[in-house]
Design a protein around this ligand. Structure first.
Ligand SMILES: *Cc1c(COP(=O)(O)O)cnc(C)c1O
Length: 496
C-alpha cells in the first residue's frame, strides 16, 4: 500500500516519501504526516528473531513506500555499521526494575545519531529518485546534539553541504567542542547570540523565504532540513521502539500482547512522537510518558490543554531539552484534531502571533495515551546519584529527567506496567553535570579531567567520540547575531 505525505496545514498536494524527505517542511509551513500510519505486517515474534537492520527494514519499508528494497536496504546498511560501538545498535540495560534503552552508541554518543546516520543516505537517494541536480544545503538549528550528529552524518557526503546554527551560550562545552572541531570541506558551524528558539526561528524564516530560494536555485543550491521535523528523521526513530519491545518479548521478559510504557525525555517532541507512531502501528504500548525539564511547556499542556510559550526560558543541565516550541507537537495536534488542517493552521497561527493556543476538550481526550511530567534540576541530580549509589550505573542528565519523572509517576499512579526509558545521551557528553550530581566536590575540575573521573567512577571506557575531540583543532569560529543569520548563509554559499 502506497503511503503519501500531506501537510498538517492542508496547503499542499500529498507527496511521495522521497519528496517529503527532500522538502523537509511543506510549502505552507506545515509538517508532512503520513496519510495513515501503516500497521506492522509481520508478527512481533518474527521481528524478535531479526537484528536491528532487519527490524529497521521491516518498519521503514511501510512508511517509505516509494523506495525500492535495494535502495532502502542500502541506506540502512550504510547507517547502522561500525560507526556504532555496540553491535546491538540500541542495547537495553535493566537497572533497578526498569529498562534503559541506550540510544547513544553512535558516532556522537547521543540519540540523534539513530536518525542522522541514515538521513543523509535517505536524502541523497531521494534526490536521485527525483532527478535533483542542485546541491542540497542542509540548514539546521541545534540545541546541541542535533548539530554534531548532523555534521557527522553529512560530512563529505557528495552533493550536500551543511550549515549548523547553535546558541553560543546554550550548549555544553563538550557539545560545542564536538561541533567546532568538525572536519569535512562541506561543513559550516555558526554560533548565534540568541537561544535555541531564536536559532530555530531564524532557520524556519530562511526555509520560508521565496526570494532566498530563487537566489539559491540560480546558484545551483536548494535547502533541505535535517531537523527533527523531517519525516526522514522521524521514521528511523520508530524502529528502536519496535526493536526494544521485540527484544523483551524474545527474552521472555514480556508475555505475548503484554503492554509496556515508554518514558521519553522530551524537547522538540520528535522522539516521543516516534513512540506514538510505533503504538499506532500495533505495538502494545500502554502509556507514553513525556518527561520535561524545568522548561515544562509540555507538562502544562498535557495538564491544561493550553500550550503557552510565554514564559522565562531556563538554561538547565539538560540543554537538548531547553525548548519552548516543540515543533513536532504539530503532528500530534493534527492527529487529535481529527486530521483537520484548518484547525491545525489556526492553532499554529495563534502560536506564532500570541505564543499560545488552547485545544478543545475533544482534542484533549485524544491525548489519553500521554502522561506529562517534569523534573527540577535538583530532582534530576538526585536521580543520577540515587541510581549510581544503588546500581553503579551512571546516566546522563537528559535520561535522568525521564528517570526522575518515571519514579514520581510510578509512586503516584501505582502503575506497575513494565517500562522502558529512552536513554538519550552518554554521560560522557555531560560529564560536568553528571559528576557534580554524584559528588559536589567535582565542581572546580576541568572538562577532560572530569571525563577521566567519570571513567573510573562508572568503570566504563571513554567513548571514541570523546577521545577524538581532546586534541582536535578548532576549525569553526564564526559567531553572528540572530538577525544576521541569513547574511551569514549567503556569505558561506557565496550567493550572487
Ligand atoms: C534531542 C534530545 C532530546 C529531545 O528529543 P526530542 O526528539 O527533541 O524531543 C533528549 N535528549 C537528548 C540527549 C537529545 O539530544
Amino acid at each position: 500500500m502506497e503511503i503519501l505525505y500531506q501537510s498538517t496545514r492542508g496547503g499542499q498536494e500529498p507527496v511521495r516519501a522521497s519528496e517529503a524527505i527532500l522538502k523537509g517542511l511543506a510549502e505552507d509551513g506545515g509538517l508532512f504526516v503520513p496519510e495513515k500510519i501503516p500497521k506492522l505486517d509481520i508478527s512481533l515474534k518474527q521481528l524478535g528473531d531479526m537484528n536491528y537492520k532487519e527490524v529497521a527494514y521491516q518498519v521503514m519499508k511501510l512508511f517509505l513506500t516509494d523506495f525500492t528494497e535495494d535502495e532502502l536496504k542500502n541506506c540502512i546498511d550504510r547507517a547502522y555499521d561500525k560507526k556504532f560501538d555496540n553491535e546491538l545498535i540500541a542495547p537495553l540495560v535493566e537497572k533497578d526494575g526498569v529498562w534503559y534503552l541506550e540510544l547513544f552508541h553512535g558516532a556522537t554518543i547521543a540519540f540523534k545519531d539513530m536518525a542522522l546516520s541514515i538521513l543523509p543516505h535517505l536524502l541523497t537517494t531521494s534526490a536521485k529518485k527525483n532527478h535533483v541536480e542542485n546541491e542540497i544545503v542542509i540548514l539546521t538549528a541545534t540545541s546541541g546534539d542535533t548539530g554534531k550528529a548532523a555534521l557527522a552524518g553529512f560530512a563529505d557526503v557528495e552533493g550536500t553541504s551543511i550549515i549548523v546554527f547553535y546558541p553560543k551560550n546554550g550548549v555544553s562545552r563538550v557539545q560545542e567542542r564536538q561541533m567546532v572541531t568538525q572536519k569535512g570541506k562541506n561543513t559550516s558551524v555558526v554560533g548565534i547570540t540568541g537561544n535555541f528558539d531564536d536559532a530555530q526561528n531564524g532557520v524556519k524564516a530562511m526555509f520560508g523565504n521565496k526570494e532566498l530560494a530563487e537566489k539559491m536555485n540560480a546558484n545551483g543550491y536548494q535547502f533541505s532540513s535535517a531537523n527533527s521535523i523531517n519525516i526522514g528523521r522521524l521514521v528511523p526513530q520508530v524502529v528502536y521502539y519496535v526493536y526494544a519491545y521485540t527484544r523483551l518479548l524474545k527474552n521472555g521478559k514480556l508475555a505475548e500482547g503484554e503492554k509496556i510504557n515508554f518514558v521519553v525525555p522530551t524537547g522538540n517532541f520528535g522522539n516521543i512522537l516516534a513512540a506514538y507512531y510505533a503504538k499506532n502501528m500495533g505495538l502494545p504500548v500502554e502509556k507514553l510518558i513525556c518527561a520535561s525539564n524545568e522548561n515544562k511547556v509540555l507538562f502544562d499542556f498535557f495538564e491544561t490543554g493550553i500550550y503557552d510559550r510565554n514564559r522565562e526560558f531556563i538554561l538547565t543541565t539538560s540543554p537538548s531539552m531547553d525548548i519552548l516550541i516543540s515543533s513536532n507537537l504539530e503532528r500530534l495536534i493534527y492527529k487529535i484534531a481529527g486530521e483537520d488542517a484548518d484547525k491545525t493552521r489556526e492553532l499554529m497561527k495563534s502560536l506564532s502571533s500570541k505564543g499560545k493556543y488552547t485545544i478543545t476538550d475533544t482534542m484533549k481526550a485524544g491525548m489519553k495515551d500521554f502522561v506529562g511530567g517534569y523534573a527540577t534540576e535538583e530532582e534530576c541530580a538526585a536521580e543520577i546519584r540515587r541510581l549510581y549509589e544503588k546500581t553503579g550505573y551512571v546516566m546522563d542528565t537528559h535520561t535522568a529527567v525521564a528517570s526522575a519523572v518515571y519514579a514520581a509517576y510510578r509512586k503516584e499512579s501505582g502503575d506497575k506496567t513494565k517500562t522502558v526509558i529512552a536513554s538519550t545521551a552518554s554521560p560522557y557528553k555531560f560529564a560536568n553535570s553528571v559528576m557534580q550530581a554524584i559528588d559536589e566536590s567535582f565542581k572546580e575540575m576541568e572538562d577532560f579531567a572530569l571525563i577521566d573521573e567519570l571513567s573510573s567512577t562508572s568503570g566504563t571506557r571513554i567513548p571514541n567520540a570523546i577521545e577524538e575531540i581532546r586534541t582536535a583543532p578548532v576549525v569553526h569560529d564564526t559567531v553572528c547575531e540572530t538577525k544576521d543569520m541569513q547574511k551569514t548563509v549567503e556569505a558561506i554559499l557565496r550567493l550572487s
